[in-house]
Ligand binder design. Structure first.
Ligand code: FUB
Length: 447
């Protein structure tokens, strides 16, 4: 027995030693996937090889639900996400009376147009349309799309188009409703139906998709806390047979909301948690953050269970090419910084203070990056330390940001680097003495 333990311990130390000396760059995401804003109700959509992730938005000062608009993020590698800012808001509906209640949206493409189904809690469900997934989105009907006598329950719309072209909209808390949509996607066909066999554990947040001829209905399940469960059917209209939890309910969260996609040969579940706000304070605020994980289908179409969203998240699908302009709001992780949007710069990073940083995962410097351009605007001087592998990893350059005469006076600052080769996590670490240092818009390496 003693011998066995000694042998086993030697093996463990050997593995740990090899890992330490290899100093492998981390290639997995940290959760939650967005840190510059509080995001909830993830609605991922795959279009042209890119994931468009629409989310609802818990305001930074939210105590209970304070939700005015919807946000958009994109990714091509599942770990680095680019923010595109507010993509739609309550103000896009001239008929909407409320100034709160921008709950869970979902976007779907049909015939080159993008339809965003937007619930306004207590005010009905509206639809917006755009020629681009980035917007701008406009209200094509000027009234509620779903106008029922149970308006308080009309939340969390999920659109689905079957292979025969018939489109459906599902929604609701605590019951599941559905209605057929006409081909124009902005009008309904027939009556609203309350799903008679309420799927087991159904709470809210339905998400419907089809895979290998199985119909799936996933939803926020059990209460409270909510996890993510799912049912399957042979038809888009049920009956739905409960199959279990994709992500178990956990004391670590409270509400939840699924978004499920296939992307580049793998499958993913998105949900949300309070992990970010909990890392900042022990007081409860309705400030959620989107998480993501890989899911695996079994042969019979059922889905393997996760006890909770893992800290590591999904593997990075492809490396980042740094030899092109990359927006500063593209990142896998950040500390301290926030994002904002202006006419001049689009989305940029703001509220940058001494010691804050952003991390971009899996950047491929190939045979060597020798210079970097950083686009910033400032009223104070500061520096950007360019480090690899870790926030206090090897320093390959320091870029001085001088006063540009205004926080929207953008200038390009050029810096020579100690040559970096191969694939590394890249860290921009911000340093300076005077409060808020500068705004950061974009960066680009050259050889
Ligand atoms: O985000 C507001 C509401 O909370 C959503 O509509 C529900 O799905 C729950 O996540």
């Amino acid at each position: 027995m003693i011998k066995f333990l000694e042998l086993r311990d030697t093996k463990i130390w050997l593995v740990l030693g090899v890992l330490f000396f290899l100093n492998l760059p981390a290639v997995k995401a940290q959760k939650p996937i967005i840190q510059t804003k509080y995001t909830a109700d993830p609605a991922p959509m795959v279009h042209n090889d890119t994931i468009f992730l629409y989310t609802s938005h818990d305001e930074d000062d939210a105590k209970g639900f304070k939700m005015l608009d919807w946000l958009l993020y994109t990714s091509t590698d599942m770990v680095n996400w680019t923010e595109h800012g507010i993509v739609a808001s309550l103000k896009d509906f001239s008929w909407a009376r409320q100034d709160n209640g921008a709950w869970a949206v979902q976007c779907i493409e049909r015939n080159g147009k993008f339809y965003l189904y937007c619930p306004m809690h207590g005010g009905g469900i509206g639809v917006l349309v755009s020629d681009s997934p980035y917007g701008p989105f406009k209200d094509p009907i000027g009234k509620k799309l779903i106008n029922s006598d149970h308006v308080w329950n009309d939340i969390d719309p999920t659109p689905f188009i079957d292979d025969d072209g018939q489109a459906y909209l599902y929604w609701g808390n605590p019951d599941l409703y559905y209605v057929k949509l006409n081909e124009d996607m902005i009008s309904v066909s027939g009556e609203i139906v309350k799903e008679p066999t309420k799927p087991k554990n159904y709470q809210e947040g339905p998400w419907v998709w089809k895979r290998n001829n199985h119909y799936y209905l996933s939803y926020a399940s059990t209460c409270c806390p909510e996890g993510i469960g799912y049912s399957m059917s042979n038809s888009p209209l049920g009956p739905w047979e409960y199959k279990g939890m994709i992500v178990d309910a956990s004391e670590k969260t409270r509400g939840n909301h699924p978004g499920i996609i296939d992307y580049k040969g793998k499958s993913y579940v998105f949900g949300h948690s309070y992990d970010l706000i909990k890392s900042e304070t022990s007081t409860f605020y309705e400030r959620r953050s989107v998480d993501a994980d890989r899911i695996i289908y079994n042969e019979d179409g059922t889905i393997q269970n996760h006890s909770y969203f893992t800290k590591e998240g999904p593997e990075q699908i492809e490396t980042v090419n740094p030899f092109r302009r990359i927006e500063a709001e593209t990142m896998a992780w950040s500390k301290g910084v926030k994002s904002d949007k202006s006419k001049e710069a689009g989305v940029y990073l703001t509220q940058i203070h001494n010691g804050d940083y952003i991390q971009v995962r899996g950047v491929d410097f190939v045979k060597g990056a020798k210079k970097i351009d950083i686009i910033a605007a400032s009223l104070n001087a500061g520096t950007v330390e360019i480090r690899i592998d870790n926030v206090d990893g090897e320093l390959i350059g320091i870029c001085k940001i001088e006063n540009t005469g205004g926080l929207q006076n953008w200038k390009t600052f050029k810096t020579k680097l100690k040559k970096a080769n191969g694939v590394h996590d890249l860290f921009f670490v911000f340093k300076g003495e005077q409060g808020e240092l500068f705004h950061f818009d974009a960066w680009e390496f050259s050889k």
